[in-house]
Design a protein around this ligand. Sequence first.
Ligand code: AP5
Length: 219
Amino acid sequence: MNIILLGCPGAGKGTQSKILTSRYQITHISTGDIFREEMAHSTEMGKKVSQYVKSGRLVPDALVSEVVASRLQNCSKGFLLDGFPRTLEQAQVLDAFLSKSNQTIDVVVYLNLKEEEVIRRLSARRQCSGCGEVYNLETRIPRVPDTCDSCGGKLTQREDDMPETIKKRLMVYADLTDPLVAYYKVNQVFYEVDAADPPEEVSASISKIIDEMAAKAKS
Ligand code: AP5
């Protein structure tokens, strides 16, 4: 099963990806996570992408596409793309890669969320500096303040979750990524899900879509 999760910053792509990749045993490819990991280790790539990620701008298409193409080569059981594609150019690179390797996208899920809720969620997001677990000061509160329930690591706020950078990310999303909704909407495998519901309800809606697609493919 090959899946694309579309949605604006804070729509819940990372939260849903974690649930779905564990449920369906497919590879999670999050370009944001990949870049943050590279930045944390100050690798050459991390240094290259840091200025873009921290300021809420997009990393150049050529670099992102190269990173994703190399990960896609090792996904024998399927994959879930979270945060990619993000521009029409990236979508076209993905199409070319899939057609060359005789693969298709089985489901595109668009997580739809109002801007005011996005800002609220991103402002309240905290992440464990140890294991990467994601919390929310309103909806997923850690048992001990500023401390990860899973590993005891310190919770921090992502640099790009500061108010000015959130604004910038939303502008970039509207300009460059939102057009992808129309790009995929013409496709039979496009589905829209209300991302305002609690996480378990959102994942139940997405799972229903995936299970129906899988049953159709078998019949
Ligand atoms: P990336 O990490 O992909 O950021 P994003 O798309 O802006 O998405 P977020 O991670 O902010 O949000 P999310 O949708 O995953 O929400 P989450 O589940 O965490 O990219 C970061 C940067 O990397 C980009 O700005 C760019 O610079 C670069 N980049 C990445 N990919 C690129 C690409 N393809 N091309 C170019 N550049 C690229 O949830 C948010 C919060 O809400 C959490 O606190 C969570 O607990 C809470 N929450 C989640 N679901 C719910 C719910 N249903 N109800 C209540 N609370 C919820």
